[in-house]
Design a protein around this ligand. Structure first.
Ligand SMILES: CC(C)(COP(=O)(O)OP(=O)(O)OC[C@H]1O[C@@H](n2cnc3c(N)ncnc32)[C@H](O)[C@@H]1OP(=O)(O)O)[C@@H](O)C(=O)NCCC(=O)NCCS
Length: 222
């Protein structure tokens, strides 16, 4: 049996160990302390019958005054031995409830790797997060992240909700435009093969074909 409870400072070392087992994104102990001392209600653990921590969620409130009041999931993991039993769902629901109730957050945000099917299913299907944006090369290995959000309806007016939806749609439109531009530039780059750098060199002695690059096609000059 697994018990879900708020974390205590004495759990932090086991939370860090669980994180090291499960994820490549790791943090120094002082970062766990910073969370626990600042927002103790947002750290939750899953403990097995022997007192071992088998899952955790580490979350915080964003402190940027320019942005609307919102929380952020820093890290979430469940040991392999305890997955697919609803543990992560319960951890997330507990921290989200406290975020909305105590800190009056408008929404909660998080980042997830595009390749992380399990976590993406949890966030998008089970917990109803929506993709707010895509952050290109967000992770240290260059993988893109989905920037996802879940709005706390009880803390947000209808007008504000509509505004957040418009922001999301705007991000999507800009992203599509940027992707289209990138795609076009890539195609043009593939076509453009610049061989010669010396204007006087006809490329004849070496037997090289001399190429010139047109707007959208590569032509042989000779
Ligand atoms: C992602 C993770 C936290 C999920 O934990 P979990 O306790 O197994 O999740 P739950 O049991 O609460 O499952 C939640 C939902 O996700 C689904 N799910 C879980 N693992 C899945 C998988 N491997 N593939 C597809 N769906 C999966 C469950 O079926 C469930 O869906 P449902 O609500 O429609 O029935 C866990 O796999 C993990 O720790 N992974 C490594 C660390 C990680 O990726 N953390 C997230 C970083 S953003």
């Amino acid at each position: 049996m697994v018990c879900i409870r708020m974390a205590e400072v004495s759990d932090l070392i086991q939370m860090q160990t669980t994180n090291l087992w499960c994820l490549p994104e790791n943090y120094q102990m002082k970062y766990y302390f910073y969370h626990a001392l600042s927002w103790p209600q947002l750290l939750w653990v899953a403990e097995d019958h022997s007192g071992k921590i088998v899952g955790y969620v580490l979350a915080k409130m964003e402190e940027d005054d320019k942005e609307p009041r919102h929380g952020h999931i820093t890290s979430l993991a469940v040991l392999r031995t305890h997955r697919k039993r609803g543990v992560a769902t319960m951890l997330m629901r507990n921290t989200q409830r406290e975020m909305a109730k105590i800190f009056k957050a408008e929404y909660v945000s998080l980042h997830v790797r595009q390749s992380n099917a399990a976590a993406f299913h949890l966030y998008s299907q089970t917990l109803k997060y929506e993709i707010n944006d895509i952050e290109r090369g967000y992770y240290a290995d260059g993988e893109d992240a989905y920037d996802m959000r879940c709005v706390f309806e009880e803390n947000v007016s209808r007008e504000r909700r509509e505004e957040l939806t418009r922001e999301r749609e705007d991000n999507e439109r800009k992203r599509k435009e940027a992707d289209e531009k990138g795609e076009k530039a890539k195609k043009e780059g593939e076509k453009a093969t610049v061989v010669d750098v010396d204007e006087n060199d006809e490329g004849i002695e070496t037997g090289m074909e001399k190429l010139t690059v047109g707007d959208d096609q590569v032509q042989e000059s000779n």
